[in-house]
Design a protein around this ligand. Structure first.
Ligand code: ATP
Length: 295
């Protein structure tokens, strides 16, 4: 499965979801943002963007698919398209159709991924020849997680999330993503977060060592997420869901980003269908099986 498909004079771009294999908070910065350190991995659950020329001037957005986001100027796809089009003298007449398959505000980075794919896609579609560096500059302006989605499938992200260091090790995995029907607001999770410097230092030491030794497998088994406590405080029902899943799971259950998606890495021996049925019937949650993304 490739990221770009040309269909006649249209371009289809895939926008993958991510999970945070680890997420540490290094502290709060003077500008109010938190300094994070996260190992992020793309997975093969995709939104799809269809880029085509339209008859009307400007950027026209259409949203369809399983999940809904407003087709307005607030949409990150619109903002990304505007940033790119503003670099050229050409008045855009572009239609972008987003098919949302990634749950929204679920810790899976769907909005950021859509924005990154819009940039990559328009660069191709309009033959702009923008360099990686330029795209990264624009991405950092627009949001925190967008830079990750411009690059490799596995990376160590720091700063607000915009500083990316590729992890060369190939770490193929299969995971179950569990979608509790709980809306978590990232902003509230950060506001409720209480920093624990001692914990950060301890986790940072262990995780940096694992990254340096390319021991991503062990890192994932820690499921370190320093936002989890704040998220579970705000949503105790999510913590009890996680505990129930843990009694069923073969491995540790992690929280992606600020929630609410829970994930568990699966081994080849796991009976995936049975597992999904149990999650649906006993825990009452939808789930999907994903693989690590190749690009
Ligand atoms: P993160 O893990 O990066 O915090 P998330 O997965 O929790 O992200 P998103 O699905 O990216 O959350 O959505 C975050 C917010 O961005 C939502 O409030 C949503 O309304 C807004 N948004 C704007 N454009 C989009 C888009 N194209 N897709 C999804 N959300 C979008």
């Amino acid at each position: 499965m490739e990221q770009f498909t040309v269909i006649g004079d249209k371009l289809v771009v895939k926008a993958p979801a991510k999970i945070n294999l680890s997420l540490l908070i290094a502290g709060k910065r003077d500008d109010g943002f938190h300094e994070i350190e996260s190992v992020m991995a793309k997975v093969d659950l995709y939104d799809e963007l269809l880029l085509e020329r339209s008859d009307t001037e400007g950027i026209l957005l259409v949203c369809k698919g399983k999940y809904r986001v407003p087709a307005t100027k607030d949409n990150l796809v619109y903002k990304a398209a505007e940033l790119i089009c503003n670099l050229t003298d050409i008045k855009p007449n572009i239609k972008i159709t987003i098919t949302k398959n990634i749950p929204v505000a679920a810790g899976l980075g769907g909005g950021s991924s859509d924005a990154a794919s819009t940039m990559l896609g328009l660069n191709k579609f309009l033959n702009l020849g923008l360099t990686d560096q330029k795209l990264h500059e624009l991405a950092a302006k627009l949001g925190s997680d967008i830079n990750f989605f411009l690059g490799s499938p596995l990376a160590f992200c720091s700063g607000r999330g915009e500083k990316i260091k590729k992890i060369d090790k190939i770490f193929p995995f299969r995971a179950i993503l569990i979608f509790p029907d709980i809306t978590v607001y990232t902003k509230k999770v950060y506001e409720n977060y209480k920093h624990n410097e001692e914990l950060y230092r301890r986790l940072n030491r262990r995780i940096m060592q694992m990254i340096n030794e390319n021991n991503i497998d062990l890192l994932t088994r820690m499921c370190a997420n320093m936002l989890a406590e704040s998220c579970y405080q705000l949503h105790p029902e999510l913590l009890s869901l996680k505990s129930r899943v843990e009694t069923l799971a073969a491995g540790t259950v992690g929280l992606s980003g600020s929630g609410s998606t829970l994930y568990c890495l699966l081994s080849d021996q796991d009976d995936v269908e049975r597992y999904q049925a149990i999650v649906k019937n006993d825990v009452g949650c939808d789930s999907t099986i994903v693989n690590s993304n190749r690009w």
